[in-house]
Ligand binder design. Sequence first.
Ligand SMILES: C[S@@+](CC[C@H](N)C(=O)[O-])C[C@H]1O[C@@H](n2cnc3c(N)ncnc32)[C@H](O)[C@@H]1O
Length: 272
Amino acid sequence: MTTTLTDKEFEQFQSLIYQQVGIKLDSPKRNLLVSRLSKRLRDLKLASFQAYYDCVSRKGGEEELTRLLDLISTNKTDFYREPVHFDFLRDQVLPEVRGTKTLRVWSSASSSGEEPYTIAMTLCDALSDISRWDIKILASDISTRVLAKAASGLYEEERVSQLPKDLVRRHFLCGKGPQAGKYKVRPDVAKLVAFRRINLMDPTFPIRSALDVIFCRNVMIYFDRPTQAKLVEKFFRYLRQGGYLFIGHSESLQWIEHQFTYLRPTIYQKPF
Ligand SMILES: C[S@@+](CC[C@H](N)C(=O)[O-])C[C@H]1O[C@@H](n2cnc3c(N)ncnc32)[C@H](O)[C@@H]1O
């Protein structure tokens, strides 16, 4: 039996999701909401979307709200996705911080971990003296489901099958026995990355030292312009002078007011 989502219920979910994560679900996403929530309604033995809405929006409903956000988030990602940023990190950023051997990077919508681990692999490959460096990669996302996957560092073969074989050998342990077909990020790479749940809508972030680079790729596209502008303004505060903001290939800061210097498509710098 399928449950119907009324216009009123859709609007309620739209405004709750917008308020919580800044994502504006437009009408074409209505079917997606229905398909993703229907199973959850059945599991909880709820008769209507209204009942589910009441459950996530009431006091004490935070856990189910997290579940809802998990269900509606789009987590598509890949190792070495949009490689221009990893090349820039290696060729431009590393020489700048070589003197202090200290690097702070934030992968701010890290999904299942491919992006922050790619950052770590890039650094391991580029720095022969990495053991003498102080490197911290903070990786965060709103979704606890993808964060748990990311923290496990364990990936199916198809996630790494497009990568060069020698790179896979260098940075992954190949599963044996019951783990055959699985690939685990090697400890020397994994130890550079720390995962935590951060909502980009929060007014402040739990970050104390000034950042060299922020990756915020392929998430701003889901936010409206005022939300993007607020987020970019917060990023500006958390970067050091001369620090960089990387955004996704289909995103741009062109339509919002900001204080960054445009360097090239998807790469912005906080002025000195
Ligand atoms: C399409 S993935 C992008 C992953 C990666 N940055 C990349 O480009 O490959 C977008 C991620 O943003 C996360 N996200 C959506 N809204 C968020 C918010 N308000 N705060 C933090 N993360 C959010 C989603 O959970 C999802 O994992």
